[in-house]
Design a binder for this molecule. Structure first.
Ligand code: AP5
Length: 209
């Protein structure tokens, strides 16, 4: 398996974060998550975080230049990565191409009903960041993180209205031109994200071969 500069595309809730953690471990490269980085900026009330928060709360994309600078800083020091949540539109794909080549782009596909089902049941640990799902991967104790015993929370953008907006505004509207961009570079592979976590992981590994 030679690909080490990996980009994950897909609708919200398609498992990009879940699979990125596994693939990064497998390939021994950093997992760079645009969403996690932005949430950390918001939590620390940085200048970027204060600018980003209202976009994120509405389920809209944070302006390209703000996100691009943040991602560029993360990619500067590394020769391999699993990049999750960037790019989100054609302009960001072009920015990324100016920063680094990518070996493989995996596009996770999932139907709308399953997206809503997964995101409505997602819970996260505010302390260590571990992600759970009440339906597919619940914590051992009700609402308590297995790793650090902190009470789990729900992401503020995992409400039904914001989920629909994220699907429509961030994904459905933007994905077509990006797929074309990567298809024309022969790095795009489709991954059916409908199965359980293990079967999607196996499909993702096959797509890297
Ligand atoms: P971000 O955090 O990236 O949100 P997202 O793209 O909407 O993706 P999610 O984190 O919701 O889903 P995921 O695909 O990672 O799924 P997960 O593995 O968690 O971005 C947040 C916000 O930041 C954006 O809305 C935007 O405002 C801003 N932003 C981010 N990047 C930006 C950019 N480049 N430009 C501008 N703005 C940007 O899985 C979901 C749930 O399902 C979990 O509970 C999980 O346990 C479960 N699950 C996972 N896989 C399976 C499976 N196979 N079967 C059953 N359950 C599963």
């Amino acid at each position: 398996m030679k690909a080490r500069r990996i980009v994950l595309l897909g609708p919200p809730g398609s498992g990009k974060g879940t699979q990125a953690v596994r693939l990064a471990k497998l390939l021994n490269v950093p997992h760079v998550s645009a969403g996690d980085l932005l949430r950390s900026e918001v939590q620390h009330r940085t200048e970027l975080g204060l600018k980003a928060q209202s976009f994120m709360d509405r389920g809209e994309l944070v302006p390209d230049h703000l996100v691009a600078e943040m991602i560029q800083r993360q990619l500067k020091e590394t020769t391999g990565f699993v990049l999750d949540g960037f790019p989100r539109n054609l302009q960001q794909a072009e920015i990324l191409a100016g920063i680094t080549d990518v070996d493989r782009v995996l596009h996770f596909t999932l139907d709308r009903g399953e997206i809503v089902r997964r995101l409505s049941a997602r819970r996260v640990c505010p302390q260590c960041g571990r992600v759970y799902n009440l339906l597919s991967s619940p914590p051992k104790q009700n609402n308590i993180c297995d790793a650090c015993e902190t009470a789990l929370t729900q992401r503020t953008d995992d409400t039904p209205e914001v989920i629909q907006r994220r699907i429509d505004v961030q994904y459905a509207r933007e994905i077509g031109p990006m797929l074309e961009f990567y298809r024309s570079r022969s790095v795009l592979r489709e991954v059916n994200a409908q199965g359980d976590v293990e079967s999607v992981y196996r499909a993702a590994q096959r797509a890297l071969e």
